[in-house]
Design a protein around this ligand. Structure first.
Ligand SMILES: [Zn+2]
Length: 89
C-alpha cells in the first residue's frame, strides 16, 4: 500500500489555507467580507434566489460603489463546484 502521509498533510494544508495561492480572488467574497452583517445577509439571500439574475446583482453592486461583473457573481453562486469560486459554502 502506498504511503499517503505526504498527500494527506498536503490536503490538510489545502483545506486550512485561508486564501489559495492559485485561482482568482473572488470579488463577491471580498465584497461580502467588507459589508456589515445585515447587508451581507441581504446580499447572500439574493445570491441564493434563482429568480434574481447575476446581471441584476452585479448592476446593483456596481451602482452602489462595489464594482463587480456578472460572471463573477455567477461564479460565486457556483462556489464549491469545480467551475465556481473558492469561497466557503
Ligand atoms: Zn466567491
Amino acid at each position: 500500500m502506498a504511503d499517503t502521509t505526504g498527500l494527506s498533510t498536503a490536503l490538510t494544508q489545502l483545506m486550512e489555507e485561508p486564501e489559495p495561492p492559485r485561482g482568482m480572488r473572488c470579488t463577491v467574497g471580498a465584497i461580502l467580507a467588507s459589508l456589515d452583517t445585515p447587508t451581507a445577509a441581504k446580499l447572500n439571500e439574493l445570491l441564493t434566489t434563482p429568480t434574481v439574475t447575476s446581471v441584476r446583482i452585479a448592476d446593483v453592486l456596481t451602482g452602489s460603489g462595489y464594482p463587480v461583473q456578472a460572471p463573477s457573481v455567477a461564479r460565486h453562486r457556483r462556489r464549491g463546484a469545480s467551475n465556481g469560486c473558492r469561497c466557503p459554502r
